[in-house]
Design a protein around this ligand. Structure first.
Ligand code: 5AD
Ligand code: FES
Length: 347
């Protein structure tokens, strides 16, 4: 029964919400087969390669107040920082020499960073390193702003939708934030020609198994180039401090489901997964993930970009992280490659 549903997915046939739900509910019984098939599909499209993205966490100022997030505006205990454009560029230079060919600029929604500032940073990185991709993860911005950033040379954009269910969205965010606005932003990114990444947390407060099944249909309808998922991990200074952490095993199961649903998707094994389980990232690669995003931010600010408690890799230099990750990836039989790591479209 479960096997036939998984085989159906592997043939790229569409599953109904009920069928996804059946798999999710019976995950213990079908975990091994699902992850084996997810691995086969990942190897069919990407071989043994794992792509690396250099993450530059440029600011932890944020105008938003998401209930789950450690850098939310209301967290008075967060020590705020922002990198200068020069420091951001310096991170990219260091990353280039370490073998990175994709840089991800990620930060809170910080009004200090105007379109002009971002455009000049993007142009500088792209002119110095024309063989690199620039990915933005800047939160919600207007169509006009996203257009300018695209024209300045940005290639990709990550904007997790957080949940595809409007009622659930309202439980994770204050009323100033809008589900519709986020969906509109994702549509704009697609229309502007970005390679788009969406995503959600596994085990976020109030998330049901049915929500997870719904996520799979949502992903299928958006057909993004990237999907970022990780377990929800509580942060002590947020309204969700007392909620239980998301489950690493369920996250792995969802990674495999995503790989089979979107065979060519770029799928990171996330820092949150590595935080929930010390071997989480390795297990993520074995469940179908093919991307890892080590941190290139200066060591002095690492501990300040705390979205959740106990985040790993905050005490290490970028060079240490990349060495550590190479060994971790190698232990799974996969290998890190120096490559832009673009989405492989069907030809
Ligand atoms: N636990 C896990 N992931 C989190 N994120 C934010 N806060 C947490 C948390 N407490 C994720 C969100 C966001 C991404 C940058 O990090 O999904 O989109
Ligand atoms: Fe950062 Fe292992 S990846 S220390």
């Amino acid at each position: 029964m479960y096997k036939s549903l998984i085989d159906k997915l592997e043939r790229e046939e569409i599953l109904s919400k009920e069928e996804y739900l059946t798999l999710i509910k019976n995950r213990d019984k079908c975990f091994d087969y699902l992850s084996e098939r997810a691995r086969a599909v990942r190897e069919k499209h990407y071989g043994k390669s794992v792509f690396i993205r250099g993450l530059i966490e440029f600011s932890n100022y944020c105008k938003n107040d998401c209930y789950y997030c450690g850098i939310r505006r209301s967290n008075k205990n967060a020590q705020r920082y922002r990198l200068t454009p020069e420091e951001i560029f310096e991170c990219a230079c260091q990353g280039y020499s370490l073998g990175f060919r994709t840089f991800v600029l990620q930060g809170g929604e910080d009004a200090y960073f105007t379109d002009d500032i971002f455009c000049s940073i993007i142009k500088k990185i792209k002119s110095q390193y024309p063989d690199c991709a620039v990915t933005l993860s800047l939160g919600e911005r207007s169509f006009e702003s996203l257009k300018k950033l695209k024209e300045a040379g940005a290639d990709r954009y990550l904007l997790r939708h957080e949940t595809c269910n409007k009622e659930h969205y309202k439980k994770l965010h204050p009323s100033q934030m809008s589900f519709e606005k986020r969906q509109e932003c994702i549509r704009n990114l697609k229309a502007l020609g970005y390679q788009v990444g969406v995503g959600f947390m596994v085990g976020s407060p109030y998330q049901s198994e049915e929500n997870l099944a719904q996520e799979m249909l949502y992903l299928k309808s958006i057909n993004p180039q990237m999907v970022g998922i990780g377990p929800f991990l509580s942060h002590r200074d947020t309204p969700f401090c007392d909620f239980e952490n998301g489950d690493a095993q369920l996250t792995l199961f969802m990674l495999s489901l995503i790989r089979l649903t979107l065979p060519r998707v770029l799928l990171p094994s996330t820092t949150a997964l590595g935080t929930a389980d010390s071997l989480g990232r390795e297990k993520g690669f074995l469940a179908g993930a093919n991307v890892t995003m080590p941190n290139l931010s200066p060591k002095s600010v690492r501990k300040k970009y705390m979205l959740y408690d106990n985040k790993i890799c905050t005490g290490d230099e970028a060079a240490q992280c990349i060495e550590c990750l190479k060994a971790r990836v190698k232990s799974t039989g996969y290998e890190i490659v120096t490559d832009r790591g673009d989405y492989r479209y069907e030809i």
